[in-house]
Design a protein around this ligand. Structure first.
Ligand code: PRP
Length: 211
C-alpha cells in the first residue's frame, strides 16, 4: 500500500472532512490533539495529512506535494487548477452570487464596477452576458465596497445571506452553487491509482449514507 499525502484546508471544513477520512479507515488521531503541528502521519493507515491555507490546497495538489486534497469549488473555478475532481463532499455548501444595495441592481447600460475576491469567476460570468465590467480585486470584507461607493455590485460567497441582510444588501443573481470537492493530482492518479480509487469509493459511499 502506497502512502497518500492529503492536504486539508485549515478550519471547520477541514476538520469535518477529516472526520469522513477517519470514519472510513484513514484515521490519524494525533491530528485532533491541540497543537501547532501541521503535518501528521499514520503509516498503519497509509496516510499523511497536512493543514494548508484553504486557498492553497489546490496548489499543493496540482504540483504533487499532496496526492489528494479538499478544496472549495469556488477556489477551483477561480484558479483553474489542473487537477482531477473526483467527489463532491456535499459539505461547505454555499453559492457564488452577485449582490448589491437593495433595489439598486445596475441595468448594464454603463460599465458595472464589480468588487470581488474572485476576478476570474466574475469576468467569466459577465463575459457570457456580454456586459462590460470594471473589476476591483479585494481580499475580504467585500460587502463594504458598494456601501462606500467603491463598486456597483459584489461577486462573493453567500452562505446564510446574513452578512448581506445585515448590511442592507441583497443577492441579485446566483452564479454557481459551491461545495467542497475531493481533488487529486494527475500523476498520483496514475501511480497510486488503486489507493486513490479505493479511498474515493469509500468517500462516495460515506457521503451517500449521510444524505
Ligand atoms: C464569507 C463571504 C461573506 C460571508 C457570507 O466571508 O465573503 O462575507 O462569508 O456568509 P453568510 O451569507 O452566511 O453571511 P468570510 O467569512 O470568508 O470572510 P471574508 O470577508 O474574508 O471574505
Amino acid at each position: 500500500m502506497r502512502k497518500l499525502n492529503i492536504a486539508l484546508p485549515k478550519g471547520r471544513l477541514g476538520e469535518k472532512a477529516y472526520k469522513i477520512f477517519a470514519n472510513i479507515g484513514y484515521g490519524c488521531p494525533e491530528i485532533l490533539e491541540d497543537s501547532r503541528k501541521l503535518i501528521f502521519e499514520n503509516s498503519e493507515n497509509g496516510v499523511c495529512y497536512f493543514w494548508a491555507k484553504p486557498s492553497d490546497v489546490a496548489i499543493y495538489v496540482e504540483r504533487g506535494a499532496a496526492d489528494v486534497g479538499i478544496v472549495g469549488k469556488d477556489i477551483l473555478l477561480e484558479g483553474g487548477h489542473d487537477v482531477y475532481e473526483l467527489a463532491d463532499l456535499q459539505m461547505g455548501k454555499c453559492r457564488m452570487a452577485v449582490a448589491g444595495k437593495k433595489g439598486m441592481q445596475p441595468s448594464g447600460e454603463r460599465t458595472i464596477r464589480v468588487a470581488t475576491k474572485f476576478p476570474h469567476i466574475a469576468r467569466d460570468f459577465y463575459d457570457k452576458k456580454g456586459l462590460d465590467i470594471d473589476i476591483i480585486k479585494l481580499n475580504g470584507s467585500i460587502e463594504i465596497a458598494p456601501l462606500l461607493g467603491l463598486s456597483d455590485v459584489i461577486v462573493d460567497i453567500v452562505e446564510t445571506g446574513k452578512t448581506l441582510y445585515e448590511n442592507n444588501l441583497e443577492p441579485y443573481e446566483t452564479i454557481v452553487p459551491i461545495s467542497a470537492r475531493l481533488v487529486v493530482n494527475k500523476a498520483s492518479f496514475q501511480f497510486k491509482n488503486a489507493e486513490i480509487l479505493a479511498m474515493t469509493e469509500k468517500i462516495q459511499k460515506a457521503i451517500a449514507e449521510r444524505e
